[in-house]
Design a protein around this ligand. Structure first.
Ligand code: HEM
Ligand code: HEM
Length: 214
C-alpha cells in the first residue's frame, strides 16, 4: 500500500507560481512585441522581475529550488545523457544535470531579453528604468557639440550616433528574444523526452509540486 504511490514534494509553491507566471508573461510579451508599448512593456517587466525573484530563490529557496541542488559538473551532464541511452536512465528528484543547465540558460535568456528591452526603451524614447543612466550620457555630448562652432554637421552626427545605438539595442533585443524562444523550444522537447524515458509526468509535477519518490 505504502510504496504504490509514494510521492515527495519537490517544487515549492513559489517555484510553481514562478514557472507558470513566466510562461504567461513571456508569451504575452512575445506576442505583443509589435508595438513595444503598453502590454509589451508590462509583461516584459513582469517576466524580468520573475527572473530576479527566481535568482534570489535559487539561493534562499527550498531544497530543490537552490542552484546548489541542480548545478552539476560537465562530467555529470555527460554521464546523465549517456544513461538516457540505457534501459535504466539515471533518475533525479529535482532537475536532472542537463535540465539544470537549461534552467540557467533560460534564466539568462529572459534576463538578457528584458535588459535589452529596457535599454531599447531608454535610447529610443528616454523612458524606463535605464533612461536615467542613458540620458545624460547621450545628451551631454550633443550639447557639448553645439557649444562649439558649427552646429548642423555636429548635430547631424549626434543624431546618427543615437540612431546607431537604437539599431544596436533593437537588434540585440530581437536576437535575445528569439534565442530565448529557441531555448524554450528545446526546454519543452527536453521535458517531453525526459518524461517519457522516466515514465513520469514532469508537467504535472510542475503543477502539483509532487514527484514519485523512486
Ligand atoms: C508550455 C510550455 C512549458 C512547459 C510544458 C514547461 C514545463 C516545465 C517543467 C516540467 C519543468 C520542470 C523540469 C524538471 O522537472 O526538471 C520546467 C522548468 C522550468 N521552465 Fe518550463 N515549461 C514551459 C515553458 C517555459 C517557458 C516559456 C519558460 C520561460 C523562459 C520556462 C522556463 C522554465 C524554468 C526557468 C524552469 C526551472 C524552474 C525552476 O526551477 O524554478 N518554461 N518547465
Ligand atoms: C522579457 C520578455 C520580452 C520579450 C520576449 C520581448 C520581445 C520583443 C520582440 C520579439 C520585439 C520585436 C523586435 C523587433 O522585431 O525589432 C520587441 C520589441 C520591443 N521591446 Fe521587447 N521583449 C521583452 C521585454 C521587453 C521589456 C522589459 C521592454 C522595456 C521595458 C521591451 C521593450 C521593447 C521595445 C521598446 C521594442 C521595440 C518596439 C518597436 O519599436 O517596434 N521589451 N520585444
Amino acid at each position: 500500500m505504502e510504496n504504490q504511490s509514494k510521492t515527495v514534494r519537490v517544487w515549492d509553491p513559489l517555484v510553481r507560481i514562478f514557472h507558470w507566471s513566466l510562461v504567461v508573461s513571456f508569451a504575452v510579451a512575445y506576442l505583443s512585441s509589435e508595438d513595444g508599448e503598453g502590454l509589451h512593456e508590462i509583461s516584459g517587466y513582469i517576466a524580468f522581475g520573475l527572473i530576479l525573484f527566481r535568482i534570489l530563490w535559487g539561493f534562499i529557496g527550498s531544497q530543490y529550488a537552490r542552484f546548489s541542488d541542480f548545478i552539476y559538473s560537465p562530467q555529470a551532464v555527460m554521464e546523465y545523457l549517456r544513461s538516457l541511452l540505457t534501459t535504466h536512465p539515471k533518475h533525479y528528484l529535482g532537475h536532472n544535470p542537463a535540465g539544470g543547465w537549461m534552467v540557467v540558460l533560460l534564466l539568462l535568456g529572459v534576463l538578457a531579453t528584458g535588459f535589452t528591452g529596457m535599454k531599447l526603451l531608454a535610447v529610443e524614447e528616454g523612458r524606463g528604468p535605464l533612461a536615467q543612466i542613458e540620458v545624460p550620457a547621450l545628451i551631454s555630448p550633443a550639447y557639448a557639440d553645439r557649444d562649439e562652432d558649427e552646429d548642423e554637421e555636429h548635430e547631424g552626427r549626434g543624431q546618427g550616433e543615437n540612431e546607431g545605438g537604437e539599431e544596436f539595442w533593437e537588434e540585440a533585443h530581437e536576437v535575445a528574444a528569439n534565442l530565448t524562444l529557441l531555448l524554450i523550444f528545446l526546454h519543452v522537447v527536453g521535458v517531453v523526452v525526459s518524461s517519457r524515458l522516466h515514465r513520469e509526468n514532469l508537467v504535472r509535477a510542475m503543477v502539483t509540486g509532487d514527484k514519485r519518490s523512486v
